[in-house]
Design a protein around this ligand. Structure first.
Ligand SMILES: Nc1nc2c(ncn2[C@@H]2O[C@H](COP(=O)(O)OP(=O)(O)OP(=O)(O)O)[C@@H](O)[C@H]2O)c(=O)[nH]1
Ligand SMILES: [Mg+2]
Length: 269
């Protein structure tokens, strides 16, 4: 029963996503290439098939962001599975975008008019960071929470390229409990839409299984105790501990962790 409740809790498909999805269908016709952005830690659940479908026969560039937080061998396998043209970046570093620009040029060629690209992906995947990386300065607002970009907006990148930033869009119903906690953990769902204790517990159970019990990452009770999350009276404050725990995962404090494996998760999907 817990799973059923959990599945209902971690769903987020507000009106602005419905509206953006509709508008995007119009803009897709105007662009030369669609840049699909996903977090390298969840390259399976992190791509929205609805967006891929909406891109129709447009050329695509798939970018895995947060490759600084993902396990390198897994990212390499994912890039192979996704096929060219795909690449991974740490979108917070400018250097990564030399290669992104080269791939884009290869894809769209040298036209007479400025070429246009639409950047799409699920919330908090790093779309606006990719725009800033392409622009070489901070033009689009970025923040570490889901749902920052709410409008579709064009940005000029030099004289050759115009890129459109779009709001993050999830699927109306995230299929499995596994995909739900993983997307919540990486920040694709707003904080008030999930129970952080449940997500932290599921993450640790998953990691324990994956590593055959050899992980050094603490579970939530150990973390709460070590970090002094106690209420008056000596009881542990698991809720706030779990928020910190989730943040630490995303700050890379527990090391690089890829949540979906190219070999396992693709085959069983
Ligand atoms: N460590 C790391 N952080 C990143 C990377 N890319 C983006 N971020 C951070 O992730 C957070 C979200 O990035 P955004 O670019 O705002 O994500 P978005 O997809 O535009 O989000 P929405 O507009 O809410 O859908 C920000 O705090 C970024 O600094 C990356 O490659 N590595
Ligand atoms: Mg954004």
């Amino acid at each position: 029963m817990k799973d059923a409740g959990f599945e209902q809790i971690i769903q987020w498909y507000p009106g602005h996503m419905v509206a953006a999805m509709r508008k995007m269908a119009d803009y897709i016709k105007l662009v030369d290439v669609v840049i699909e952005v996903a977090d390298a830690r969840v390259p399976y659940s992190g791509f929205n098939p609805m967006l891929d479908q909406a891109a129709g026969n447009k050329r695509r560039l798939k970018i895995l962001t947060r490759d600084d937080l993902a396990e390198r061998p897994e990212t390499v396998r994912w890039l192979e599975a996704l096929g060219p043209p795909s690449l991974s970046v740490n979108a917070r570093t400018q250097g990564a975008f030399v290669e992104v620009k080269r791939r884009l040029r290869d894809l769209v060629g040298d036209g007479h008019r400025p070429q246009r690209a639409l950047v799409v992906g699920i919330p908090n995947s790093g779309k606006s960071s990719v725009i800033n990386g392409l622009a070489g300065r901070s033009v689009a607002r970025t923040e570490d929470r889901a749902g920052v970009t709410r409008q579709l907006q064009w940005f000029k990148v030099g004289t050759e390229l115009e890129v459109m930033d779009t709001p993050g869009i999830l699927v109306p119903r995230i299929a499995s409990a596994d995909a739900q906690w993983k997307l919540a953990l990486v920040g694709a769902v707003p904080r008030d839409h999930y129970d952080p204790e449940d997500v932290a517990d599921r993450f640790h159970r998953w990691l324990t299984e994956k590593t055959g019990g050899r992980t050094k990452v603490p579970d939530l009770p150990a973390f709460a105790q070590a970090r002094g999350f106690v209420r008056r009276g000596g009881e542990s404050d698991y809720h706030n501990a779990a928020r910190s725990y989730v943040k630490d995962v995303n700050d890379g404090k527990f090391g690089r962790i890829t949540l979906e494996s190219a070999t396992r998760d693709v085959e069983t999907a």
